[in-house]
Design a protein around this ligand. Sequence first.
Ligand code: BES
Ligand code: MN
Ligand code: MN
Length: 462
Amino acid sequence: MENIQSYVQQHKERFIDELIELLKIPSISADSAYSQDVIDTAEAIKTSLEKAGCDHVEICETPGYPIVYGEKTIDPTLPTVLVYGHYDVQPPDPLDLWESGPFEPIIKKTEKHPEGAIFARGACDDKGQMYMHVKALEFMTSTGQLPCNVKFMIEGEEEVGSESLGWFVERNQEKLANDVILISDTGMIANDVPSITTGLRGLSYVEVEVTGPNRDLHSGLYGGAVANPINILAQMIASLHDENNHITIPGFYDKVEELSKEERAKMGEAPFSLDNYKRALDIKDVHGEAGYTTNERNSIRPTLDVNGIWGGYTGEGAKTVIASKAYAKISMRLVPNQDWEEITELFSKHFESIAPAGVTVKVDPHHGGQGYVTPIDSKGYQAASKAYETTFGKTPIPQRSGGSIPIVSLFEKELKSKTILMGFGLDSDAIHSPNEHFGVWNYLKGIETIPWFYKYFTELSK
Ligand code: BES
Ligand code: MN
Ligand code: MN
């Protein structure tokens, strides 16, 4: 691996240009108007894997968007790394808050990225991070330094729940057999504080509908005499947290894993500035469950959040009306041991039970997934840790993330292997938000670090 650094230096312009081309395709999985773009992106990934040295690449059709599968086998007795990533992106809206087009990538300097960052939807989540693996493979194959076998599985439905991937994994256990799964779809603490993600939260996502009268009513003639579904929905949602910001759904916390004092103290050692955190978000104070720190609230504790709420008249001016219906989309982030289907059940029962007689309530489960924690004494974690030590000159800090990649727990169940989450993004990279970006330094550092993982993992597997 001696020359990975010089290889990256020599080819970095091309690495950036190739990523920029990929980012120009609006592969928005949530919006069917972009379905051809999603499919075109799969084709582009296929071509890039072929060029990077896979011996076999295919587009695997599914009931939804295709999965790009590629492999290079050098010796069946050596270990196999399975790389997972996603080529779909979140919708870019609200468009007017972007400083440049979400699919017109440009490089700009930022406070966190003095060497420049690529601004585009998907730059960090996950095209940029996924593409680091393609370029790392290119380096290893073109210099004869691939130390083990590799498989790639890149999907196009991660941002909408990975339904087809679950279908695909269940049907292709042998094809996907591996010794470790490697994913770059998370973040790290800071460029000078490398970290490895050791936990992901689970998710239960539901939509609720509250129905009152059978039609929209004059708010003067009927106001005060019938239940207003929007008022009721707001009250019901407000009641889901108590004064300590605990979630009030009976049984919600029953299976929540309580971390020991030692584990919490260890977590608390990770560098963190509450002042900087507040300043970055322009908030006067943080908010959350009593008894827990900010970093605990967003990683080891479950949450409930309204993601969207609508109903009634929202157009220009005023209309005096009591709407017939009100809606909300609600997500619950879950921690290990909480089962997402059980939590969805508990939510539905509770939500229906707190509805006053004047309305009816419907709860529609959307999707979900289990949380994940990975031990730090596995070969995979050790190999990743050594890889960061080699390229960052520092031992990475294990850190649990608040985000979710529901498919990771399914990988463990179906493929019986551990996932290593080597993310190179920063929380400030604005994933899912306007002006998403990915540091050029992070992109290149990722490409440089990944081959070391392969080397150390192969050595530790001997
Ligand atoms: N890459 C993210 C998840 C993530 C980001 C985990 C940063 C840890 C750190 C992924 O693409 C994502 O957005 N997941 C969704 C869940 C999915 C079911 C829509 C999420 O976390 O909201
Ligand atoms: Mn992602
Ligand atoms: Mn995402």
